[in-house]
Design a binder for this molecule. Structure first.
Ligand SMILES: [Zn+2]
Ligand SMILES: [Zn+2]
Length: 195
């Protein structure tokens, strides 16, 4: 009886089952892009600006070297304590083929996630690394990232305002600039934003 059971166990742990279990693991295992973008979204939930939650992570190879979100400087009142610091800007948009002017409000109290990431990581760590960020970087962040040693930026939500010049900058600088179109943020970490 014992011998028979052992034989059955031997059969079950054969190559076929090993393959089955690998397939099951592959089906549930997240790819690296999803893994790091998930983390960026979780990091964004730390933000205290009610207008926009942005998270970013620095990745060297497959190693996580830093995380940051948009927020006021440490020790200073944040958006929830003092309210957002609103700046009004006039922007131009194409509407039905015509250029039209719009008044746009933005919160300028926070240091952007990408800028905080640069403030809290070392240049040596950034050389040849990738930044995952929940939102397409604005012009200022893109300009700073372009000079930071990183070679790739992966983002999820688009930011149309600066997109054209940011894409041109990345192409000129030779930085890979990718949008994770099909990514779905983890439950509870996604906040609606107006661009
Ligand atoms: Zn704010
Ligand atoms: Zn920015």
């Amino acid at each position: 009886m014992i011998v028979r059971e052992w034989k059955e166990a031997e059969l079950i742990t054969g190559e076929e089952v090993e393959e089955m279990s690998t397939n099951t693991q592959d089906a549930v295992r997240k790819d690296w892009d999803t893994y790091f973008m998930d983390i960026a979204y979780m990091v964004s939930t730390r933000s205290r600006c009610p207008r926009r939650h942005v998270g970013s992570v620095l990745v060297q190879g497959k190693k996580l070297l830093g995380t940051a979100y948009n927020g006021a400087p440490m020790g200073v009142q944040d958006c929830l304590e003092a309210g957002c610091m609103i700046s009004e800007e006039i922007e131009m948009k194409l509407m039905d083929g015509k250029e039209q002017l719009f008044k746009k409000q933005r919160c300028i109290r926070t240091i952007h996630a990408e800028q905080n990431l640069l403030l809290f990581t070392d240049r040596a760590d950034r050389e040849g690394s990738t930044v995952y960020v929940t939102d397409q970087p604005c012009w200022t962040c893109a300009n700073m990232l372009a000079n930071s040693g990183i070679i790739e930026i992966v983002y999820h939500r688009s930011y149309p305002k600066d997109s054209e010049k940011v894409v041109a900058l990345m192409a000129q600088k030779g930085i890979t600039f990718r949008c994770l179109d099909h990514f779905a943020p983890p439950a509870g970490a996604h906040m609606e934003v107006s661009s």
